[in-house]
Design a protein around this ligand. Structure first.
Ligand code: OSB
Ligand code: MG
Length: 380
């Protein structure tokens, strides 16, 4: 197959014949506690796009309340049903870049547009009979993964850290918040002197806390993730100038322009890329490439995704600058039963890349029907 075929040009454009949107609700095995609140169930919109016998699927990563970023499930469902999905059904796109350009005029709503864009990447890859990773520019059969541990008392956390290190996870991320920081991190570090540890504050601090945050330098953390506001870059640069530990931005990076500004101002020495937060794979790739140009490593974050979102994350994580372990850990840590047939389980801290065309995973239709509400179809 020539490069020409791989880019999809020679195969002709992909026409979206129809779409489906539903809301999926999965209980979490363990409630997940972060600075902004507690998640007990994972609720997400699932988009399927159809084209002459092929299907592409993606999950939206917005939450019911605007407590991670500003998008909400209700707002996204409305925007997807009233605007985004009707605007693509019946249209032909030569490749995912063309679809991303079609969505570009809308302001923000990066999670809602990512849901459509990612489903189209899967559809396009399946129509070309190629794995998503190949079209994204990645390679390899497995990725290194770590875990993100929600806020819990120190004894509980130490038990969880031990358990996940024993399973071979490559890095442990500890959620921290005001009042649950220095003493907590010190206790975990003392219990595991050699472990690769990071912390994530989910925006719980301000620049006025920089003296306290600089004390995290004592614990040999790989990085400190998103200590300051979700829409800030400037103050993170000021904080980075006051501490040795690299800062990693998550919430603040929703577009390639955000990444460029953070890199140019030394506000981030590591970036957490979440494809579902950044408008989709085109933007995720652009952020990845910018970081590589600045010699800044990236890793793939997560939003407690079901199997479809998890599979997209795994394929993206095979790009070359994903040199730090990501958050895409075993689905069984989150859900009793997943919405896909394949089991996405890490072995010794390595998550295998699902094989086959597109994301390589298959919806478990019976189970999906039992956990879905609000099914809507869009036909030409
Ligand atoms: O900040 O990375 C985050 C989960 C939900 C919302 C925000 C975050 C997270 C995680 C968990 O850290 C990542 C995962 O295990 O999927
Ligand atoms: Mg984070």
């Amino acid at each position: 197959m020539s490069d020409h075929d791989v880019r999809g040009q020679a195969r002709g454009p992909v026409t979206i014949d129809g779409a489906e949107l539903r809301l999926v609700r999965l209980p979490l095995v363990t409630p997940f506690v972060i600075a902004t609140g507690t998640m007990r169930e994972k609720v997400f919109p699932l988009v399927r796009l159809f084209s002459s016998g092929f299907e592409g699927v993606a999950e939206g990563v917005m939450d019911p309340l605007p407590d991670y970023l500003e998008e909400t499930t209700a707002g996204a469902v409305e925007f997807l049903s009233a605007v985004l999905l009707p605007s693509v059904v019946g249209k032909s796109f030569a490749n995912p870049e063309a679809l991303a350009r079609h969505l570009a005029p809308w302001r923000a709503n990066h999670m809602a547009r990512a849901t459509v864009e990612m489903a189209f990447w899967d559809l396009w890859a399946r129509s070309l009979h190629l794995p998503l990773q190949t079209l994204l520019g990645g390679e390899g059969e497995a990725i290194d993964v770590g875990v993100s541990l929600g806020i819990a008392p120190v004894d509980t956390t130490i038990g969880r850290v031990r358990d996940h290190l024993d399973q071979g996870y490559k890095r442990i991320k500890l959620k921290v918040c005001q009042g649950h920081d220095i003493a907590f991190v010190r206790a975990v570090r003392e219990a595991f002197p050699e472990a690769k540890l990071t912390v994530d504050a989910n925006c719980d601090y301000t620049l006025a806390d920089s003296a306290l945050l600089a004390r995290l330098d004592d614990f040999a953390l790989d990085y400190v993730e998103q200590p300051l506001a979700w829409d800030d870059i400037h103050d993170h640069a000021a904080l980075q100038a006051r501490m040795r530990t690299p800062l990693c931005l998550d919430e603040s990076i929703r577009t390639p322009a955000h990444a460029r500004k953070a890199l140019q101002s030394d506000a981030a020495r590591v970036i957490n890329i979440k494809v579902g937060r950044s408008g989709g794979h085109c933007n995720a790739k652009a952020i990845h490439d910018l970081c590589a140009a600045f010699d800044v490593p990236v890793w793939c974050g997560g939003m407690l995704e079901g199997g479809i979102g998890r599979a997209h994350n795994i394929h993206l994580s095979t790009l070359p600058n994903f040199t730090k372990p990501g958050d895409t850990s075993s689905a069984s840590r989150y859900f009793h039963r997943d919405i896909i047939v394949e089991k996405l389980e890490a072995v010794g801290g390595r998550m295998p890349v699902p094989k086959g065309a597109g994301t390589g995973v298959t919806l478990d239709h019976d189970f999906l029907a039992s956990v879905s509400t609000d099914l809507r179809r869009f036909d030409r």
